[in-house]
Design a protein around this ligand. Structure first.
Ligand SMILES: *[C@@H]1O[C@H](CO)[C@@H](O)[C@H](O)[C@H]1NC(C)=O
Ligand SMILES: *[C@@H]1O[C@H](CO)[C@@H](O)[C@H](O)[C@H]1NC(C)=O
Ligand SMILES: *[C@@H]1O[C@H](CO)[C@@H](O)[C@H](O)[C@H]1NC(C)=O
Length: 203
């Protein structure tokens, strides 16, 4: 199968980010999205190479499982099981992207959203709307209004490959995602590593 269609959180995040980026500069940005990453005459592949849980062990939650699975077609997903014993009414979702120069440097995405408030109000600014959409599509088990917690969340984090980034520079990327409680303590955190490679020229 085509590596380009790798299903990951990472891809969608970068995609939506790129979408916002493009939308700022031009209307009708959506029409520019294709399943194939072709910018002008340059094809790119985006491949997630690794996903890991970070900052473990967590203070108030229990990570019962965190295991990456790679399918023969190159798709990478993460099996996650987290027990959150407390009832929670505050979930801060933080998403940060990095691009590797010699070290990983912040790159384009630095999002921060309080999930419970956003779910309650139901009106989102564009970056919140994107984060909500990602949660809805990747973590359906988590996508309900607060209170949360008092249970175990078990998910396999794998995205339907619908939207893909359009014009990312080639290179290595890292995406950090944090879920924090009201005391700013990680309930869960993960890192994804991905490479964007130029394939060649066409036409
Ligand atoms: C890769 O394989 C997995 C497991 O069989 C499947 O869920 C996924 O949709 C496949 N991805 C692509 C791009 O074919
Ligand atoms: C926690 O969950 C259990 C079982 O689902 C339920 O009976 C109990 O009322 C919940 N506790 C709180 C504080 O929500
Ligand atoms: C680039 O993409 C086009 C279609 O979008 C495809 O026909 C072509 O084979 C691709 N080139 C490479 C090098 O993958």
């Amino acid at each position: 199968m085509d590596r380009v269609t790798s299903n990951t959180m990472f891809l969608l995040l970068f995609c939506v980010c790129t979408q916002v980026f493009i939308a700022i500069r031009s209307h009708g940005a959506k029409q520019q999205f294709h399943k194939k990453i072709a910018t002008g005459n340059i094809n790119r592949t985006v491949r997630v190479t690794k996903m890991v849980c970070i900052n473990t062990p967590y203070k108030h939650t229990f990570l019962k499982n965190c295991e990456m699975e790679e399918f023969p077609n190159g798709t990478v997903g993460l099996h996650i099981s987290v027990h959150i014993p407390n009832v929670i009414n505050y979930v801060e979702v933080i998403v940060k992207a990095y691009y590797k120069y010699t070290t990983y440097q912040p790159f384009m995405i630095d999002w921060n959203m309080e999930y419970c408030q956003a779910a309650r109000v139901g009106r989102f600014n564009p970056s919140h709307a994107l984060v909500m959409k990602i949660i809805e599509e990747t973590l359906p088990e988590f996508y309900y209004p607060c209170p949360h917690g008092n249970r175990t969340y078990t998910v396999f984090w794998l995205l339907p490959a619908r939207l893909l980034p359009q014009s990312l520079p080639s290179g290595d990327y890292r995406l950090d995602i944090f879920y924090r409680d009201s005391s700013k303590t990680d309930m869960f955190a993960m890192q994804m590593f991905a490479g964007v490679r130029r394939l060649g020229f066409i036409g």
